[in-house]
Design a protein around this ligand. Sequence first.
Ligand SMILES: [Fe+2]
Length: 389
Amino acid sequence: MNFANPVSIEFGRGVLERLPDVLGPRGCVVVTTPGAVAREVLARVEQTCGSRIEAVLDDIAPNPTPKAATEAARGLSRVSADVIVALGGGSSLDTAKAIAAQRHPDLDDEWLASHLAEGAAFPEGFSPARVIAIPTTAGTGSEVTCWATLWDPKVRRKHSLAHPRLFPETALVDPELTLSLPRELTVSCALDALSHAMEAVWNKSSNPVSDALALRAIATLPRALRDVLGDPGDVVARASLQEASVLAGLASSGTRTALAHSMSYALTLSLGLPHGLACGLTLPAVLDLNGSAYPDRARLIGEALCATSLDSAVKDLYAFFAEIGVPEMLARYLPSLDPLDPLDDLDDLEGDLVVPSRAGNNLVAVGEGEGRSLLEGAVRELLAHRDGA
Ligand SMILES: [Fe+2]
């Protein structure tokens, strides 16, 4: 098994200030979100980099579409900057990678759409713009992976743009940038990180390096998240959470994700669940499934969670989710749901839960019907915890 990751990671309070040195003499485009603007993170970057910023795209929306990424790239066609600075959560980072890909010289400006829809090949000698990733959330892991997730709600499809040259050149991981992140976004992003870590362990491509990274992330994350929720201004806890996120992202960069992510895409596309909530909510159920078939893998996760058995690890995970408010978050996206009635909000998802490119990485093979049962069981269990029920 091979593990390789080329991203140079700079970690710690204030590393944002390193951006001018990392850029060197190169000009850049900053890609970010209205949220980062409102929280004055963009202003800090502008202050730091001054005239080296040649253009700013500050309107990146959640769950970016291929069309939005192509329009963004077209809008930059007259800008000569060598580097895309991605500032924000997964949507900014993934859009930045999609823009970077389209800056390959003389690329047909319909290429991205045909690559995603019909598998058009990467151009010969693929040479995207370089990306410097500055995450302002703790969870996406996109700062250390070579893929970008793009969404097409019209045809209910999630696309992955992936190429080894799309690894960011540098990730500046500064916990101060996450201090003002709202509670639910903090929770959802942390669930994404936990999913990357667990899915690396129950993955057909797991290896000693990905295991070490993922298990450290699993062991770190629950306490770090509790501490952050107890005191959102605790920068040491924010740093622990970001550490868990980066480690989980690194683990996942070597294995890719698996069944929980597979089932999440339909939840996001059809019901609008944020990505982290969508992939996190089935983790206890998928742990139960995989752990029963592969007890050695379950033991590793159980030890990281300080649980004495698979049963207690599953139970502890549900209790942790209840403590951090997952049932209440979930219930808001399932408005017609009553735990005593059929889960009719989930009927729409039939046929979309098992995505071979992700579910196929899972140690246990699962069909669509089993996927639906797993999801239904997880939703029932979580809602039973709602409001301490
Ligand atoms: Fe994810």
